[in-house]
Every structure is written in C-alpha cells, then in structure tokens.
Design a protein around this ligand. Structure first.
Ligand code: ZN
Length: 227
C-alpha cells in the first residue's frame, strides 16, 4: 500500500464518524470516487460504525464472546493444537470475520477521536497526515529534500531524504525526545554519499514528541529540531 493510500485508510476511520475537517473530507471524497479499494474499506467501516454504539468498552457487563469463539481464537493464535480448532460453520465464520473487522475498526475509531475537528493544513498529531518539519541543526553540506512526521496510533514516524553530511558506513541513530528529556529510539541507518531515504518509527505519540535528533556514532547530534 502506498504512503498516500495508507493515509486515506487512516482518514476513513474518522470520515465514517464525521470527524474530518472540510478540506480533508473533500480530499478523501475525491479519492474515494476513483479508488474502489477505499470504497470497499469505507463500506466495511460504516457497517462496523453503525453497531459501535451497541458496544460500550467501558461497560461493567461481562460481554462473553459467542459460543466457543474465544477458545478457538486463542487456540488459533497460540497455534497449540490445530486439531482442536474445528472449522467454523459458515455463520460462525462470518461472525469471526466480523469480530476481527470490528476490532480493527475500534482501533481506528479510538485513534480517530484525536482527529476530530482538525484544522487544515496539518495539525501536529493528526493521524496519518504528513507534517513537514525543518531541521534547525544540520551540517552545511547536508541537503534535506524533505523531512516529515506522521502521527500514528502506534507511534510517531519520521520520514526524510537527506544527501550529504554523513560519513559512509557510520552508524546513525534516530531518537525522539519527550518533554522531560527522556528519549525514545526510532532506528538506525548507515551513512552514505547518495541520498538517504528513511522511514523510522518511535514508540511515542506525536503529542509527546518534543524533539527529534539524528545522532552520529559518538552520540553527537547531526540533524536536530525541536517540535
Ligand atoms: Zn484508495
């Protein structure tokens, strides 16, 4: 799935709950007109969104899964005894597929709560949106073609393309910093003298990211900006 396509899929979660801003909604609508995959995803999300009000995850009620579904799912996941996992009857299979889709949609919808009322062009933290950033510290010979952050429910992604300023073969480390100065690793890459294109992810939410730094092998900042 392309980067743009993945972004549209993230927007869909907010879209089916009327959570998109005017511009994003218009952009997504025009994409939907020409993309059957996204239209199918939209239909599935709408089916799930329609029944979401019936399920309150904070309810005290004990919502047991139907029949032996829990055992079968756990058995399948643990891979323990395939023989114990009997083929599901057609109706059960639909239920299982639906539960799977619902679980996926709830993840999307839970994330979508933070995208309600975004203001164009890009509010930092808008899920799936490309947020341009500028490295305020960079060696003079480094040419930054682009540098972006993308907020996800599972972390914050740094995407960049830089040419120059790196030592060929040296290990560079990307870290995000929280407001309290603690750091979150986002991956490593080797220096090269050709354009370096990276997509790295750190396990922190965009709102918790106060800075992002590319460190050289001695731990010195090569590229850095506060966010
Ligand atoms: Zn699409």
């Amino acid at each position: 799935m392309s980067v743009e396509e993945a972004r549209y899929r993230e927007l869909l979660g907010a879209y089916v709950l009327d959570g998109l801003g005017v511009d994003e909604e218009a952009e997504l609508r025009s994409h939907l007109a020409g993309c059957e995959h996204c239209r199918t995803a939209e239909r599935e999300l709408r089916e799930v969104a329609a029944v979401l009000p019936a399920g309150d995850p904070w309810s005290d009620e004990d919502l047991a899964p139907p029949g032996a579904l829990e055992d079968r799912v756990v058995g399948a996941v643990l891979g323990g005894a395939p023989a114990a996992v009997t083929p599901l009857a057609p109706r059960r299979r639909r239920v299982a597929a639906f539960v799977g889709a619902a679980a996926a949609a709830i993840v999307v919808v839970a994330g979508a709560a933070t995208v309600l009322r975004p203001d164009p062009p890009v509010v930092p933290g808008t899920l799936g949106a490309t947020e341009p950033i500028t490295f305020t510290e960079a060696p003079p010979q480094a040419e930054v073609a682009y540098a972006n952050l993308v907020a996800h429910t599972w972390g914050t992604e740094l995407r960049f393309e830089v040419e120059g300023g790196f030592v060929v073969g040296e290990v560079y480390t990307v870290v995000f910093e929280r407001g309290d100065g603690s750091t979150v690793p986002a991956g490593t890459f080797l220096g090269d003298d050709i354009p370096i294109t990276c997509e790295l992810n750190g396990a922190l939410l965009r709102r918790d990211a106060a800075a992002v730094t590319v460190l050289d092998a001695r731990g010195e900042a090569v590229l850095r900006t506060e966010l």
